[in-house]
Design a protein around this ligand. Structure first.
Ligand code: C2E
Ligand code: MG
Ligand code: MG
Length: 758
């Protein structure tokens, strides 16, 4: 693009103010000088002279018309170097061609050096003598060009923002996005430095996450002080974009050491917003003092917004991933994540000879605590237990919450069994301190099962084995650990088998009841019997209730089984009653599990059993274990009242193992308490057990409850129970639970213990 007729060669006389009609000089001088452009007449061709230049040239290019016309080379010299070649080439060509007119845009240098964009629009006319002259207009289009360039820059900025948004959606990593942001910002704002900083927790300082024009390696290492010790800090405290046009004049805050080091003179910073507060700051900085236009501020803010959204999305994704793999209550990994880590550990073990241990940890009696204190307190306790367990572990170990009060621990790379045992002991040690909830202290213990892994095992099997070892720890009295052995494997498998077989036990009539005499401590006569359930398994022999009742409670079979027990026991009691019409009626005790007590149909089932057998309700005693009391205090009162209304007796079984308070007992329609075997065991030998039993007896009598001592095995225990005022006793000392025929014999010929005593 070029044009124009500008003279070259030959000295030209100034023609400013030439009379009209001569040399093509304009006629209406005054009018022309009001046009906001330079008007000119010049000879065509490389040697053409400027014959006339209007005075506007002074304002636009800084030269007077005289200066301009005096030097035919001036125009060419003032051409911008980038445009000169093409403008001159076009001029040469056009001047010689038959062209009549031309318009082009190019840059000229103002006399003071700055660039002026002009549009040169000229007509080639021939005068009377046949000379060809350009009659032209040079308009200053600098402002127009600047606006055009600005538009282009804005378009490029918008495109950059759109591109960034696309990349964010396409799943670019945060560091890729941050890098893109700093390079776009630096380039399209025209600044040497661009930085993304992240607000560090605690809101003290900011960490450089990505930088353009910073010292290499700054990202992730260099921090920037907050508050008014840096532009970024100040930006966060004001919340809006902050422009520093010239650091020499800035007094709101100080430049950060990093910016000082880069010797920046100006800067623009905006907040990167997140949903829950600012994520950090995006800044562009320049070594020159300069102003940042509104468009630049908008652009940088738009980049920051896309980045902020990406951070949000990333955080949300992390959150979802975290939630899928962690337990919300304790924040610990969940079983899914645990299994994954276990698989990885096993794979590592297969590569190098080493050992790992899996610990299965269960809080002792947690259910009871949960039920008595409420789920909220239970949750608090679990949440407090998690960090305790963690505290005992090494950083490389994994502890996960499997659910409820069960935790799994993976000890990676241990040298032997002793490491696992030592860890179990350390865990026990951190649990010796009480847990304090709302000012009250609670003591918790743990049962831990341990299994070692060498890498060849299946993760599922290891968990099952650790679980079996944990069960053993529970059975052996809790607050301890057990190492898994092969024997346990068999037992764990059999637990699984129970479930299947139990379904058929009822149909095949494999259940039976044994009866254990309940003896008066006054005269050692049999006043009643307790029905105790047994399962005559075709292969396993006689299975005790503890081995299958929990399974039946879980799968609902306890309902039909419970009805069967009630019916069978009532029938047996009625039979003994009719066999001895003159004797005092024998009391029949039937155990109810927690699940049964909670069931609505219980009173109906009891009534049905009584009606079907014709048994006097006063002869039937229902035993509920103490833990039942804790489960649903309100519903329970109603359920027990419903039973009581049938005329049966109610006994609280296993007293002393739970947490019943005295006040609680007064509100329930109870007739008797059974002191748990764990106390009776030490009666007469352990002062503490004796004292507790004595207190229970005194308390019960104050509440008009009878007291039964359970599990008495020695003469000493019987003597002591009598001395303490216990009313009744039950235990191997008198008789084990036996089939009904043996009870019949005892009733007919008198109990053996009385015969022995005589
Ligand atoms: P429980 O009601 O406390 O029954 C007493 C348990 O202690 C019985 O165990 C009995 O055999 C045992 N025992 C009695 N005297 C002595 C003794 O001197 N020394 C020792 N070491 N043990 C003694 P069993 O029969 O294994 O029953 C365990 C538990 O199973 C019962 O505890 C009861 O809670 C539950 N249970 C038994 N039968 C049924 C039933 O028909 N339905 C329900 N829901 N639960 C039952
Ligand atoms: Mg019982
Ligand atoms: Mg008991």
């Amino acid at each position: 693009m070029a044009s124009g007729s500008k003279p070259r060669g030959g000295a030209a006389a100034p023609v400013h103010g030439l009379p009209a009609a001569s040399a093509g000089v304009p006629e209406h001088q005054g009018l022309l000088e009001r046009v906001p452009a330079i008007l000119y007449v010049a000879e065509a061709g490389p040697a053409g002279r400027w014959l006339y230049v209007s005075p506007q040239i002074e304002a636009i290019l800084g030269f007077s018309p005289e200066q301009w016309c005096a030097d035919p080379y001036l125009w060419a010299r003032q051409l911008h170097p980038d445009d000169r070649e093409s403008v001159l080439a076009t001029e040469t060509e056009e001047a010689s061609s038959k062209h009549q007119s031309n318009a082009s845009e190019y840059r000229l240098r103002h006399r003071e050096g700055h660039v002026v964009w002009v549009r040169d629009n000229a007509l080639l006319l021939r005068d009377g003598e046949g000379h060809r002259h350009w009659h032209g207009v040079l308009s200053d289009i600098t402002e127009h060009k600047r606006a055009e360039a600005e538009l282009e820059r804005r378009a490029a900025q918008q495109a950059a923002v759109a591109r960034l948004g696309e990349h964010a959606l396409e799943g670019a990593t945060m560091s890729q996005l941050m890098q893109e942001v700093v390079s776009s910002a630096a380039q399209l704002v025209g600044a040497g430095v661009a930085v993304v900083t992240e607000l560090l927790p605690g809101h003290g300082s900011l960490l450089v996450r990505a930088g353009h024009g910073l010292r290499p390696g700054s990202a992730g290492k260099v921090t920037v002080p907050g508050g008014n010790l840096s532009q970024s800090g100040y930006t966060l405290s004001t919340g809006g974009p902050v422009v520093v046009a010239d650091w020499d004049l800035e007094d709101r805050f100080e430049p950060s050491p990093a910016m000082r080091e880069r010797r920046v003179r100006s800067g623009l910073t905006v907040v990167i917003e997140g949903r829950k507060g600012p994520f950090g700051v995006l800044g562009v900085h320049s070594r020159a003092a300069r102003s940042y236009e509104a468009g630049d501020v908008d652009f940088v803010q738009a980049l920051a917004n896309v980045l902020g959204d990406a951070f949000e999305r990333q955080a949300a994704e992390d959150d979802v991933r975290h939630r899928a793999l962690h337990d919300p209550l304790t924040g610990l990994p969940n079983k899914v994540l645990f299994m994954d880590r276990l698989e990885q550990a096993l794979a590592r073990l297969r590569r190098r000879r080493s050992l790992a241990a899996i610990l299965f940890l269960d809080l002792d009696r947690f259910k009871l605590v949960n039920d008595s204190l409420g789920h909220q307190k239970g949750d608090q306790l679990l949440a407090a237990a998690a960090p305790r367990i963690k505290q005992a572990l090494r950083a490389s170990d994994t502890v996960a919450r499997f659910g409820g009060d069960e935790f799994g621990i993976l000890l990676d790379d241990i040298s032997g069994e002793h490491d696992a045992v030592e860890m179990a002991e350390r865990i026990a040690a951190v649990f010796t301190r009480p847990f304090v909830l709302a000012g009250t202290e609670y003591f918790m213990t743990t049962s831990v099962g341990i299994v070692l892994a060498q890498g060849g095992e299946l993760a599922e099997d290891l968990i099952r084995d650790a679980d079996a070892a944990m069960y053993r720890a529970k059975e052996r009295g809790r607050a301890r650990y057990e190492l898994f052995d092969e024997l346990m494997r068999g037992r764990a498998m059999s637990r699984l088998r129970v479930e299947n077989d139990l379904r058929r036990a009822l149909e095949r009539d494999e259940l039976l009841l044994n009866y254990q005499p309940v003896v008066s401590l006054r005269d050692h006569s049999i006043v009643g019997v307790e029905a105790l359930l047994r399962w005559q398994h075709p292969e396993r022999g006689l299975v005790p209730p503890g081995d299958f009742i929990p399974v039946a409670e879980e799968n609902g079979l306890i309902e039909p089984i419970g009805r069967w027990v009630l019916d069978r026991a009532c029938r047996q009691a009625a039979q003994w009653y009719h066999a001895r019409p003159d004797a005092a009626p024998l009391e029949m005790s039937v155990n109810l599990s927690a699940v049964q007590v909670k069931h609505r149909g219980l009173a109906n089932a009891v009534q049905a059993a009584l009606e079907a057998t014709g048994l006097d309700p006063a002869c039937l005693t229902l035993e509920i274990t103490e833990s039942v009391l804790l489960e649903d205090a309100d519903g329970l009162g109603g359920a027990l009242a419903g039973l009581k209304a049938l005329g049966v007796q109610l006994v609280l079984d296993d007293f002393g193992t739970g947490y019943s308070s005295l006040a609680y007992l007064t509100r329930l329609p109870l007739d008797a308490l059974k002191v748990d075997r764990s106390f009776v065991d030490g009666v007469g030998t352990e002062p503490r057990d004796t004292a507790i039993t004595e207190a229970i007896v005194a308390m019960s009598h104050a509440l008009s409850l009878q007291v039964v001592g359970e599990g008495a095995e020695t003469a000493l225990q019987i003597a002591e129970l009598s001395r303490l005022g216990c009313d009744l006793a039950q235990g191997f000392y008198f008789a084990r639970p036996v089939p009904p025929e043996q009870i019949t014999r005892m009733l007919e010929s008198g109990p053996t213990w009385l015969a022995a005593a005589r």
